[in-house]
Design a protein around this ligand. Structure first.
Ligand code: FES
Length: 147
């Protein structure tokens, strides 16, 4: 008997072994560049859905932001200063990668490094050709809702 089977010949139920196999499969998929299959290997996935009553302002870091799933795709909710909320379509205008929350006043796309001004969404650095699209929001009972 090998270390890969149990006494009854079944595959081991050890989660560590399963993860190792999954990682190996994902690595193989990367090598083979199987379209669509890599999404299952990503740890990032889709952003969380905004709660039904809206995203609590208290859950949006001051000086940065968070990405939530909006009605038409990912939305970057920012709180540049306490109580000031801004929202942008988080889909990078270059090739559609979801941008990261701002750091030191700059929103960066992890796809190819485009940068946007956190205050205005304007393009700071390509390869994107345009800035981020503002999204209308309102704050109701301390939660950000899409207008
Ligand atoms: S997808 Fe954002 S820089 Fe390319």
């Amino acid at each position: 008997m090998t270390s890969e089977t149990t006494e009854n010949g079944a595959a081991p139920a050890d989660a560590t072994t399963g993860l190792t196999r999954r990682r190996a499969l994902c690595g193989l998929l990367v090598v083979l560049a199987a379209p669509g299959a890599l999404a299952a290997c990503s740890s990032a996935g889709s952003p969380p859905e905004a709660p039904p009553g809206g995203t609590p302002v208290s859950q949006i870091p001051v000086g940065s932001g968070t990405v939530v799933q909006g009605p038409n795709g990912p939305v970057l909710l920012e709180q540049p200063t306490a109580g000031v909320i801004k929202a942008y379509d988080a889909t990078c205008p270059h090739q559609g990668v979801t941008v990261d929350p701002p750091v030191d006043g700059t929103i960066t796309c992890p796809g190819h490094g485009s940068q946007f001004d956190a205050t205005t969404g304007a393009l700071k650095k390509g390869p994107a050709a345009t800035g981020l699209t503002p999204i209308s929001t309102r704050v109701v009972n301390g939660a950000v809702q899409f207008a």
